[in-house]
Write a protein that binds this ligand. Structure first.
Ligand SMILES: Cc1cc2nc3c(=O)[nH]c(=O)nc-3n(C[C@H](O)[C@H](O)[C@H](O)COP(=O)(O)O)c2cc1C
Length: 449
């Protein structure tokens, strides 16, 4: 197996399924988002399948959608990631634990402290998904009337990254001598205050947590705009992307890695993992039938609300069982609108079917088939540089997750595309990422590598 390119697999677990009607699928756990026993079972099963990471997205608000749709949604509420992940750390041994934290509605000292704590509690398995907050409804929960503008959010995010990583470097790895005989707990020359004064942030430091086990928790990003790609190229070690076809995957992959080289980073130090919605069947037809059944459980009130947002046009007056009418151009995403209209025409979809499609898995990349066809698809993405792996989204739980672990993972292992056992003790080691040097101190652990 060594030498061949290996897939990295994360599990997108907030909410436990992205699909709007997952909780209604026969045999699923409708309360999974708020039931720790279930979440523990999922994490342990993913670890049994040697997944790289359990990933929690996060939004600091309930999404703003019409009540008719909101009341049907299990996808807009879930536990706070930095409360859940330390609990999962205690019931797992190997799997990485990645939480989202916003750089717009947080202070860097809080973020540095919580992730450093998670890294120690988990023995070096923490990752930080650095987002600038996609959801404008977060603003009023933090004393603002308006969401900070996109460009400003990214400026702040870049400075925020420097501050958080600087705080993680507050202590040399060997600062805590704990000399019982002399009564000296740490070596004073091995502590540094950051004394950061920048455009957006002013933070003295030092952090009141020892340097994280991994030096820094793994840095993850999900931005897609030019600013999002640039900050990823400068700082990220994992990118979760929303591309939904292989050409778009290759474009993003190539662009990110070129930007990294231009910035002076080694392109191997970034793993690009698109979200992939996976439905497994004994035959391709059976898998498609499962997806169709799942989509059919999306109530039109949910689907139409999402469709209206995606089209930038109120779809509630359309005939549900007729074809999609002509849609005027809007201020929303033009390319997104065009893609949907083209798909509806090409596939001869009714408005109801289109609404159930976008309202279900939100038009994400799909892998619907047998373990073999899914492995073929993954292999093509990996070997043609469209991705380094995937952030798997499950259609319903527990069965959809068990299907991937029990049926797809063994097929990938048989092909030599995925590990049979964890390579290292930390998330960084398992992802093949170097331990960052400490900017203030010669780092005994980094130097040894
Ligand atoms: C797989 C994936 C996961 C994401 N998770 C979050 C999240 O947890 N919280 C959040 O605010 N935004 C999340 N986003 C949105 C991104 O942070 C980003 O705002 C979005 O992709 C648009 O890119 P841009 O901000 O560069 O314009 C996610 C995006 C993707 C593709």
């Amino acid at each position: 197996m060594s030498g061949s390119k290996q897939l990295r697999l994360g599990a997108f677990m907030r909410p436990v399924s992205i699909h709007t009607s997952a909780w209604r699928y026969p045999g699923s756990f409708p309360d999974a988002n708020f039931n720790f026993a279930h979440l523990k079972r999922f994490a342990q099963k993913l670890e049994h399948g040697k997944f790289d990471a359990f990933f929690m997205a996060d939004h600091l608000a309930v999404m703003n959608m019409p009540m008719a749709a909101l009341k049907r949604s299990a996808t807009v509420t879930s536990f706070d990631p930095l409360t859940l992940l330390p609990a999962l750390a205690a019931v797992t041994d190997h799997i990485g634990l990645i939480a989202t934290a916003s750089t717009t509605y947080n202070e860097p000292y809080h973020v540095a402290r919580k992730f450093a704590s998670l890294d120690h509690i988990s023995g070096g398995r923490a990752g930080w998904n650095l987002v600038t907050s996609a959801n404008p409804q977060e603003a009023p929960n933090f004393g603002f009337d308006e969401h900070l503008a996109h460009g400003e959010r990214y400026h702040r995010a870049r400075e925020f990254f420097d501050v958080v990583t600087g705080l993680w470097d507050s202590w040399a790895d060997d600062a805590f001598i704990r000399d019982v005989a002399s009564g000296v707990y740490f070596e004073p020359s091995k502590m540094r205050a950051l004394n950061h004064v920048g455009e957006h942030l002013k933070v003295r430091g030092p952090l009141n947590v020892a340097r994280p086990v991994q030096g820094w928790p793994v840095i993850v990003q999900a931005g897609a705009s030019d600013a999002g790609r640039q900050i990823a190229a400068e700082t990220a070690e994992v990118v979760f992307s929303g591309v939904n076809n292989i050409e778009a995957g290759r474009e993003l992959y190539g662009d990110l890695k070129r930007r990294m080289v231009a910035y002076g980073r080694n392109p191997d130090h970034l793993k690009v993992l698109p979200g992939a919605f996976i439905v497994v069947g004994d035959t391709v037809d059976e898998a498609r039938a499962k997806k169709k059944h799942l989509d059919s459980l999306v109530h039109p009130d949910s689907g139409i609300a999402t469709l209206s947002v995606r089209l930038g046009h109120d779809a509630s007056k359309f005939d549900l069982d007729g074809p999609l009418p002509e849609i005027p151009e809007s201020n929303a995403s033009k390319s997104g609108q065009q893609k949907l209209v083209e798909m509806a025409r090409r596939e001869n979809m009714t408005v109801r079917e289109l609404a159930q499609y976008v309202g279900g898995a939100f038009g994400t990349l799909e892998m619907i088939g047998t373990p073999k066809t899914i492995a073929d698809q993954m292999e093509e993405w990996l070997t043609t540089e469209a991705s380094d792996g995937f952030n798997v989204m499950f259609p319903y739980l527990p069965q959809g997750l068990d299907d991937v672990v029990d049926r797809v993972v063994p097929e990938l292992q048989r092909r030599g595309l995925f590990r049979r056992d964890y390579e290292g003790a930390t998330l960084r080691e398992n992802l093949g990422l170097p331990r960052p040097a400490n900017r203030f101190f010669a780092d005994s652990k980094a130097a040894a590598e």
